[in-house]
Design a protein around this ligand. Structure first.
Ligand code: IPM
Ligand code: MG
Length: 372
């Protein structure tokens, strides 16, 4: 397969972790013979510095023409500490998601057996946790009208959803539930919000076309507690843009480090793959950032294009790094391995696949995913 991949390193540790993801895709190229044509472009604070815009036109054009986008991270303390800034790095990411129509953000949260001790939660709570969040990504309060009064003492953000925006991601989430454990939980705030009541009506109606799926609804405040107390209650979580952003960060508590969680943002014509973590500016240039979330994002990319064996080879190499304790200091404080070294180890193990390596996962069969 031949794929054109746009590389947007972005800010902070973004370029460092993205470089490891590219190493892994190059290892997939070497091992399985697919051609990946990489082109880099600017987005975020780094793009504002060089062009004045968080998403320059040529970056957008490159992404539109590419089969997939691999993205690193966005944001800098300079902008975080300046609420008055009119141009912000995050606008680049939001604009890209909207323009490419990436309405479904898929965030798998699957506890790795080797990482159970990393979670601050009790082992019996996290062991076997395996859920996936389907977060609506191009609507809701993120994209509604924003206002700040002239004198700066009043502000508003409007939350809006249409039936069609809800139904397209709902169908995707129900289909995912069919391939998984057959359960879908709609997370909302229907006791307060009109938009949530619309979500409930639309999703409940759609659920009638998926009689094999057990569907329930949960208020977001309760869902936040249940994800921590009993993550095994969940299979597919379907939710709006804002709630999905918050709940997916909670997923990192189950997994043990925010540096381990990948995501895929899918639209009708484009797809982008990115770690869920931020730009971790304190770690920039120190070679300590965890590259695993970025590397696992490539596993999601490969899976998106139907390259299951290749995707599983990436996941297997990551699991091997866990098993051998080839991990960054966020996982093991005493670790002497840096971002680069971990990336090299994983890439080498994609090339030299260990036939005897037991992934300890019932999904390893060809055509099945180990990541979602
Ligand atoms: C995420 C991030 C982004 C979001 C930010 C950087 C705009 O937190 O992808 O989860 O809120 O969607
Ligand atoms: Mg977030």
């Amino acid at each position: 397969m031949r794929l054109k991949i746009a590389l947007l390193g972005g800010d902070g540790i973004g370029p460092e972790v993205l470089a490891q993801a590219v190493k892994c895709l190059s290892a997939v190229h070497e091992t399985f013979g697919h051609d990946f044509l990489f082109t880099s472009a600017l987005m975020g604070a780094v793009a504002i510095e060089k062009t004045g815009k968080p998403l320059p036109e040529n970056t957008l054009e490159l992404c539109t023409k590419s089969d997939a986008v691999l993205f690193g991270a966005i944001g800098t303390p300079h902008f975080d500490n300046d609420p008055k800034a009119k141009v912000r790095p995050e606008q680049g990411l939001l604009n890209l998601r909207k323009t490419l129509g990436l309405f479904a953000n898929i965030r798998p949260v699957k506890a790795f057996p080797a990482m159970l001790k990393q979670s601050p939660l009790k082992k019996e709570i996290v062991k076997g946790a395996d859920l996936v969040i389907y977060r609506e990504l191009t609507g809701g309060i993120y994209f509604g009208k924003k206002q700040l009064s002239q004198n700066g003492t009043f502000a508003s953000d409007i939350c809006e959803y249409s039936e069609s925006e809800i139904s397209r991601i709902a169908h995707m989430a129900f289909k995912a539930a069919k391939k998984r454990k057959g359960k879908l939980t709609l997370v909302d705030k229907a006791n307060v919000l009109e938009t949530s009541r619309l979500w409930r009506r639309v999703v409940t109606e759609i659920s009638e076309s998926y009689p094999e799926i057990e569907m329930d609804c949960m208020y977001v405040d309760n869902a936040a507690v249940q994800i921590m107390l009993n993550p095994k209650l969940f299979d597919v979580i379907l939710t709006d843009n804002m709630f999905g952003d918050m709940l997916s960060d909670l997923g990192s508590v189950i997994i043990g480090s925010v540096g381990l969680l990948p995501s895929a943002s899918i639209g009708d014509n484009n797809a982008m793959f990115e770690p869920i973590h931020g730009s971790y500016p304190q770690a920039k240039g120190k070679n300590i950032a965890n590259p695993v979330a970025s590397i696992l994002s490539t596993a999601m990319l490969l899976q998106h294009f139907g390259l299951f064996e290749e995707s599983n080879a990436v996941v297997a190499a990551v699991l091997k790094s866990f098993q051998k304790n080839i991990v960054t200091p966020d996982i093991m404080g005493s670790s002497k391995y840096g971002t680069d070294y971990v990336g090299d180890f994983i890439a080498e193990n994609i090339v030299d696949q260990d036939q005897d390596f037991n992934m300890n996962d019932e999904n390893i069969g060809l055509g099945k995913s180990t990541i979602i």
